[in-house]
Design a protein around this ligand. Structure first.
Ligand SMILES: Nc1ncnc2c1ncn2[C@@H]1O[C@H](COP(=O)(O)OP(=O)(O)OP(=O)(O)O)[C@@H](O)[C@H]1O
Ligand SMILES: [Mg+2]
Length: 244
């Protein structure tokens, strides 16, 4: 994924959620992990990359294309991506299958018959066929998140943006969702994820950016950064969160 961010900022009133981040990533990076302390700006940075927010200032060029602040153009960029957030965001009154079909028809203008066929494909791929007709309330947290992940990839997104996809899950369910994300990484899907799962970030990501107080403190090759971060702040953070 090619990303050129120059002094990228997003402020909310007096809060500097992302504060002058510059980043240059070449196309060799397939999986990018955003890590760092709570409130550091990971979600906001992810939202900027996905076109869910427009920057307050600075510029962002993705795959050679300058991301516009025009709402219509942003919406077009947004549609090319797949998103998965911490909470499942499934429609509670629809079946698992219909949760996947509906956005394909309504947002991506697919024919219903094509959308249904695609929904069945991704449900099958993720081992969820037995749950296809159930509503989210009848599914476990892990199953709901797997449906949300199936929905996020159903339109074959250019990038998949995952914001702490497992933080609301207990350990066993975490593992089943991480396994699926790992499989997507191995299939070549371009992914940006914010995560507190350091072991997973280390194993799955090519490149890591550490954000704190809206600023980039350090970035680098995932294995190298986890093995020996340059800054004391990152080393201390990793020592603390990887202690257990
Ligand atoms: N929509 C918003 N309105 C106002 N402030 C916001 C908004 N979104 C984020 N912020 C603030 O911006 C800062 C960065 O938040 P962000 O959610 O990007 O951090 P984060 O690194 O994702 O944190 P966490 O690890 O807890 O998810 C925080 O101080 C947050 O309170
Ligand atoms: Mg966040």
């Amino acid at each position: 994924m090619s990303i050129e961010a120059k002094a990228l900022s997003r402020f909310y009133g007096s809060t500097r959620a992302v504060d002058g981040v510059s980043l240059s990533l070449s196309d060799d990076v397939q999986v990018l992990a955003l890590i760092g302390p709570s409130g550091g700006g990971k979600s906001t940075f992810l939202r900027l990359l996905g076109g869910l927010e427009a920057p307050t200032s600075g510029s962002l060029c993705i795959d050679g294309e300058n991301l516009s602040t025009d709402e219509l153009l942003l919406r077009e960029w947004r549609k090319k991506n797949g998103f998965l957030f911490q909470s499942f965001n499934l429609f509670p009154h629809l079946s698992a299958r219909e949760n996947i079909v509906l956005p394909l028809v309504e947002v991506h203008d697919w024919l219903r018959s094509d959308a249904e066929q695609r929904a069945d494909e991704v449900i099958d791929r993720f081992g969820l066929s037995a749950h296809s007709k159930k509503q989210p309330g009848q599914l476990s947290g892990g199953q709901q998140q797997r449906i949300a992940l199936a929905r996020a990839i159903a339109h074959e997104p250019r990038w998949l943006l995952l914001d702490e996809p497992t933080s609301a899950l207990d350990p066993e369910m975490k593992a089943e969702v991480l396994d699926l994300i790992q499989e997507l990484c191995e299939s070549g899907q371009k992914i940006v994820l914010s995560t507190h799962e350091m072991g997973f970030a280390r194993g799955a990501a090519d490149h890591v950016v550490f954000l704190a107080q809206g600023q980039k403190v350090e970035e680098g090759d995932a294995e190298a950064l986890f093995a020996g971060a340059e800054t004391g702040e990152v080393r201390n953070f990793l020592a603390k969160v990887m202690k257990w």
